[in-house]
Every structure is written in C-alpha cells, then in structure tokens.
Design a protein around this ligand. Structure first.
Ligand code: UN1
Length: 503
C-alpha cells in the first residue's frame, strides 16, 4: 500500500503547503514509510493563525459546558479508535504496543477530566470591604494558543495542552513533532468527527526551525505551550519575550530513583527497569540515575544487570518485545556519544553500551539497554539528559546524601525513593526539590488529575498534564467589581461600615 500524503488543516479544510514541499515520516523499528507530510512555511503559519484568530471570537462566547461536550466527544471517538491509534503510535514512534495504548488512554483520561472542567472553571467570589459591592474574578481565554509538541508522547502530551486550552475558550494552532506527524493528522480527524467548528483547532506540519519559530514570533499568538529540550525551550522563551507572550515550558529531566538499605530490593528493581527502559528511556520522567545505599549496592546492581540483560528488543508491535527502538538514528548516535563520554569519565559499562544490530534490529534505530556503574554525581552522564536506555549507578551512604545528589542537577522533574521507613519517606517528601516524587514506585506514571511539571531547567513555573491548576496556564484572570450602592464608594478610604450607614 502506498503511504498517504497528508495535508495541513486550516479553518476546517485540508490544504497543501504553499511551499509545495513535503517530508516523510518513517517507522523507527524498520524504516517503513508511514506518510508524507507538508513541509510548511511562514505563509502557512500566517494562514493558520489568522484562522484561529477569526474562530476565537465565536468560540470564546460558546458556553464552556458546550465546549467541554465536544472534548468529551473526542474521548469517545478516541476510545472507539484506541487500538487503531495505538498501533499507529507504535509504528510511527516505536514504543511497545501496551505503552502506546497507555499513551492514547492518557489522552482519553485528560479529555474526560477537562470535559468535567467545562462545568466548573472555578472563579473566585469573595466579600467586598464596601457595602453593596460584589467582588469576583473569572477566567478569560487568552486567544490563539500555539502548541508545539514532542514525539515521545505524541497523543497524550498534545491532549495535556489542547484540551485545557480549548475548554478555557482559546483556539489552537498545533505544530506536532516532525517524527510523529501522522498521529497528529489522525487526531485532527478525531476533532473533526467530534464536531469542532472550523478554525478552532488547526494543524501545521513542518520543521521546528520554520513553523515553530514563526509561531513563537507571531504577534497574534498569545501563548506558546512547548514540550521538548531545555535548549529549545530557552530559545522559545527568549524569542517569545519580544512580544511579552506567555510561555509554558516542559523540558528535560535527570530523574533519580533513590534506594535505601531498608528497601524491598526486588520491588525497587521492577521500578527501575520500568522507569529506565520503558519507552526505551525516552520519557522526560525516565529514570536515568539510581542513587543506591552502599550497603545494598552490590546486591541491587547484580540483580538489576541480570534482569536488564534479558530484556528483549524489537518491533513494538510484537508481543515478545519489551524495549522498542529509539526515535531515529540521530538519537541513537547521541546515546552512543554518552557511552563514550561515560568511559572517558571513568565510569564502567556494566552491560550494553552499543547499538543493537542483530538480525531485524539492523533495519531500525536500536540501542542496547545500558548500565554505567561507578558513576560520580558530578559526571556528565549523571548530569545531562541522554534520553535513551542509559542508566547511571551512583552510590551514597545516607538518605541525606541521596537527596543532595538527587537535587543537584540542572533539572527537577521526577524523583523516587524506595524505603520501608515511613520517617525517611516523609523526610524525602519535605526535602526533595523536584516537581514530582514517588515513594516505593518508579519515576514514571503521572495521572491527569494532578499537576505535572518540574523545577530548575525542567520548567518555567507552569504546570501541565492535569489537575485544575493547568487552567491557570491557559487563561487570564479578570477581576470584576460591581457596585450597586448607587453612590461613589472609595476602597481603602470609605471603610466605615457602621450599621446605620449601610444602604
Ligand atoms: C513525558 O515523558 O514527557 O508520568 C511525559 C509519565 C507519563 C507522562 C510522561 N504519564 O511518565
């Protein structure tokens, strides 16, 4: 079957790019062509932003519960098409099918959660200091939101951004990652099927350097919500500052699992394997460091290495596969460069440490699950995000030291502590400075009803992914005072509210 050519979606219509150019999306497990996409240019971006701006005036006045019903409808269509979307996700992005279905499920969860917000969107109603005066604050949409989304959660992360943006009354221009654009095209079909009016959700495919840049620089875009690398996030932030636009950034991680000498070691190993090698280590939340108490280090490392060496690599559609490919050859090269760096820095490559090229694997971008032992917390492999199946083992002599190592990186997304001591658990809850913390579970697995995000180089103070606080990212507060006293009342001055004076 010939791979389909996909189009941009602007103002409810499927259109080709004015550039006349296209690019292709391929399966990272075997190079199969998944689709051909529009390589869009600045004019396409202008068209999409204009469409979103025009649609905004009507959309913002459409009652929030009605906006939410359309989002709920997306959850229903997505549920009906979950298997098909999951399989496409595995083919285009590479993660194993159960995880791909989980990615789709996270979007369904987010749709249901945000659909509920359509009947809340809580504002504030507080007493006024003056009589016969009403004081309240309501949420206003911002306008056009640009969503620039990554390939590692190609369905869930756009859902984190777009459903709250839409329920708040914003319109969206979506620029998906160039490695997973066909999934975005399919998602737009689902928005259409759910009945979204033209112009409310627009899709532009193309490069980050052109489409992403134009969106960030566009004066009519009021918010850029971006998930990706810290370097690009910083550049987005600097550029967006020219127009004082709001930027919500979710960036890298260097997440650690701390294992104390009183931990259930087998349980910890399960958490480590899942967090470090699930999604081939390509989650922002993936565990890339273990900080283990020296008293149990040998036992843990021996058992872990035995377990990891048995992991089966392959095409994520095969039921036997536990670890899929990494996203492309460039990513595999970067991962391998870090193996070289680890060796130069004096770490030991315990297992893995090379491309995986046996048999069918040679057709794709595979890297062996890799463990570096004898890593010092200051080494580059313990500090920089690798975004692959590479795990560094650091030893510590106390919880205090583990937390110090945990907190001292340029990132601050997720952390985990394995212990059977409730006091130690609460100490970690007090002292860990990441945005997410797990006790006796790995570093991955956030749920949509709580905020997701991180500190330091991971974020810029906003939260996404869930919980009611995400609404704050996607709206402006409008504070409204209504004075029905019929006379001039001066706040902070006319504060005498003796009974006789109250009208
Ligand atoms: C990400 O890797 O950017 O907590 C998102 C998790 C998932 C989301 C990860 N729910 O691992």
């Amino acid at each position: 079957m010939l791979a389909q050519e996909y189009k941009n979606h602007i103002n409810g219509k499927w259109v080709v790019s004015r550039s006349g150019k296209t690019f292709s999306s391929r399966n990272p497990a075997n190079g199969e062509l998944i689709g051909t996409l529009q390589l869009s240019d600045a004019q396409d971006v202008n068209d999409a932003v204009d469409a979103a701006q025009n649609a905004f005036e009507k959309w913002r006045k459409y009652p929030a519960p009605k906006r939410a019903e359309l989002i709920y409808r997306v959850s229903e269509v997505l549920r009906a098409r979950k298997q098909e979307m999951g399989e496409l996700l595995t083919r285009e992005m590479g993660k194993v099918l159960p995880e791909a279905l989980g990615d789709v499920q996270e979007a369904i969860d987010m749709a249901m959660y945000m659909a509920g917000e359509g009947r809340r969107l809580n504002g504030m109603l507080v007493p006024s200091e003056l009589p016969s005066k009403w004081a309240m604050a309501v949420r206003d949409p911002l306008g056009v939101v640009a969503a620039i989304t990554p390939w590692n959660f190609p369905i869930a992360i756009p859902a984190w951004k777009m459903f709250p943006a839409l329920v708040c009354g914003n319109t969206v221009v979506w620029k998906p990652a160039s490695d997973t654009p066909v999934l975005a095209e399919r998602m737009i079909e689902i928005y259409e099927e759910a009945g979204f009016p033209p112009g409310v959700v627009n899709l532009i495919t193309g490069s980050g350097g052109v489409v992403g840049d134009c969106l960030v620089a566009h004066p009519k875009v009021r918010l850029v919500t971006f998930t990706g690398s810290t370097d690009i996030g910083r550049a987005v932030s600097i550029q967006a500052a020219q127009n004082l636009k709001r930027v919500s950034l979710e960036m890298g991680g260097k997440n650690a699992i701390m294992v104390m000498d009183d931990a259930d070691i087998d349980l910890a190993i399960e958490g480590i394997v899942w967090s470090a090698f699930g999604t081939s280590g390509q989650r922002c939340t993936a565990c890339s460091r273990i900080i283990v108490h020296e008293a149990i280090k040998k036992e843990l490392v021996d058992k872990l290495a035995a377990r990891v060496s048995k992991l089966r690599l392959g095409d994520g559609l095969l039921a036997t596969t536990e670890v899929g490919p990494v996203i492309n050859n460039k990513a595999a090269q970067k991962i391998h460069e870090y193996t070289e760096i680890a060796k130069q820095e004096g770490a030991t490559v315990l297992i893995g440490g090379d491309y995986a090229t046996d048999g069918e694997l040679a057709k794709g971008s595979f890297y062996q699950p890799t463990i570096f032992d004898n890593v010092l917390p200051t080494m580059r492999v313990a500090q920089e995000e690798i975004f692959g199946p590479s795990l560094s083992v650091i030893s510590c002599n106390s919880l205090e030291q583990a937390i110090e190592y945990n907190n001292h990186t340029n990132f601050g997304l997720s952390a985990s502590l394995y212990t059977s001591d409730v006091n130690r658990a609460f100490e970690a809850m007090r002292d860990v400075t990441t945005g997410l913390l797990y006790i006796n579970a790995g570093t991955i697995g956030s749920e949509v009803q709580l905020p997701f995000g991180g500190t330091r180089g991971t974020g810029n103070g906003h939260r996404e992914g869930g919980g009611p606080v995400v609404l704050d990212t996607f709206c402006e507060w409008k504070t409204i005072y209504v004075d029905y006293s019929g006379r001039l009342q001066r706040a902070q001055i006319d504060t005498d509210t003796l009974a006789g004076k109250i009208k």
